[in-house]
Design a protein around this ligand. Structure first.
Ligand code: ADP
Ligand code: ZN
Length: 210
């Protein structure tokens, strides 16, 4: 099963991705994670990507598509994968269809008004877990692995606003793109907890798999 995970920044893609990965045994491929690893490692790609990411803009399609195409050419993707953060605009979606076969697009639909606060209060761990300051009670370590929590460099109010604009203008049209292909699995996350959202995702995917 090859899936695309879609949702605005702060919709909870990362949280759901780790649950989906565990249950359905798919490889989790996050373009955001790949860029952050490159920035940390000081690679040429990282240097190019940083200026875009800091501004809340998309990294160029050329660089992004190359990275994903290259990743999907490796052997370990054969058992199935989940793309998180890619595609992010119609051009990328068209390119993806040239080098991959996507079965389903899981869209996490969330109230736009909640996102700014969610993202700005987000604290993350290197292991992939994320938290919100409102429930941390001052805790600075990850409950899962004990790692030090930190705030992502692009989780600041100005960049977040730009990212939300970018999402609405460029990424949201993908919902219709996948709907037309008959691949859209829409998940209304509303005020549900992450576990409840995950249950919904499983219910919908289990109906379709096999
Ligand atoms: P979020 O979904 O919370 O914005 P991500 O980790 O998916 O976070 O992405 C962080 C940043 O990395 C984006 O704001 C963008 O600059 C860049 N990026 C990630 N995926 C893509 C992509 N498919 N195309 C272009 N830029 C991307
Ligand atoms: Zn951790």
């Amino acid at each position: 099963m090859n899936i695309v995970l879609l949702g605005a920044p702060g919709a909870g893609k990362g949280t759901q991705a780790s649950k989906i990965k565990e249950k359905y045994n798919v490889l989790h491929i996050s373009t955001g994670d790949i860029f952050r690893a490159n920035i940390k490692g000081g690679t040429p790609i990282g240097k190019v990507a940083k200026s875009y990411i800091d501004a809340g803009k998309l990294v160029s399609d050329e660089v992004t598509c190359d990275i994903v195409k290259d990743r999907l050419s490796q052997d370990d993707v054969k058992a199935g994968y989940m793309l998180d953060g890619f595609p992010r605009n119609l051009f990328q979606a068209g390119e993806l269809d040239k080098f991959a076969t996507i079965d389903w697009c899981v869209n996490i639909d969330v109230d736009f008004a909640l996102l700014q606060d969610r993202i700005c209060g987000r604290r993350v761990c290197a292991c992939g877990e994320s938290y919100h300051v409102s429930t941390l009670n001052g805790e600075t370590k990850c409950a899962k692995c004990g790692g030090e929590l930190y705030q992502r460099a692009d989780d600041n109010p100005e960049t977040v606003k730009a990212r939300l604009d970018t999402y609405q203008n460029q990424t949201a049209p993908l919902i219709e793109y996948y709907q037309k292909q008959g691949k859209l699995v829409n998940i209304e996350s509303g005020t549900k907890s992450p576990d409840e959202v995950f249950e919904l995702i499983c219910k919908e995917l289990d109906k379709r798999v096999k």
